[in-house]
Ligand binder design. Sequence first.
Ligand SMILES: C[S@@+](CC[C@H](N)C(=O)[O-])C[C@H]1O[C@@H](n2cnc3c(N)ncnc32)[C@H](O)[C@@H]1O
Length: 225
Amino acid sequence: MPPPVIDQSRTAPGSITHRPLAGQSKVRQKIEPKFNLLDFARQTMKTPGSIGAIAPSSKYVANSVMSLANLDNAKTVVELGPGTGVFTEQIIKKIGSDTTFFALELNKVFVQATKDRCPQAEVYHDTAQSIRHYLNKHEADHCDCIVSSLPWTIFDPEDQNILLETLSSVLAPGGSFVSIVYLGAKTRRRGRHFIDSLPTHFNTVYKTKTVWKNMPPTQIYRCGN
Ligand SMILES: C[S@@+](CC[C@H](N)C(=O)[O-])C[C@H]1O[C@@H](n2cnc3c(N)ncnc32)[C@H](O)[C@@H]1O
């Protein structure tokens, strides 16, 4: 029997609360100097089936992700789909000097963008599905935290199942899988499949309120074993 999803957007407000802005057009995002918004959009247009966003995540989403990821005591951390390194930059600041950290990114241009932004980060040009291979390369079997901004809603349901099963199996007991999901994902078949599958793969599922200051607005899911 899958565990219930703790839906923070419907229950009592917690520490992670985000109120809608009066006008979404006023949303401003800090854009990293080397890789601007236009470059990001260009990559999205070049590879429409693999990025799933028109802009990098905002600092508000990054803050919410970091507050859920519990990185302080993590010994092994993996990021999936770092894009231009918005989360990578924060992860590097949070983890300890002895923490194993690497990222897997499918897009070669984004691999370079993340390396430019975070020279100390280990960023591999490979698919998230190869996570076990890279954990073994780093002499680890499991990881304490997986931070994902993968475009789940464009993945085929069967591929979602395979990847979720892999991620669940490499997550250490007590570890967290933290993933952003754009608002409206539930209106799409593949988005629904992803969200509805989470309790099948993880013992606990928690979601935040919507972070409105992002293009598009986003919720963050934290799943654990
Ligand atoms: C929505 S973007 C998020 C980028 C960045 N983390 C952010 O929040 O601004 C999704 C990222 O996942 C990458 N990606 C897509 N499929 C992937 C896969 N199978 N393995 C690794 N990365 C993947 C894309 O290239 C892209 O950089």
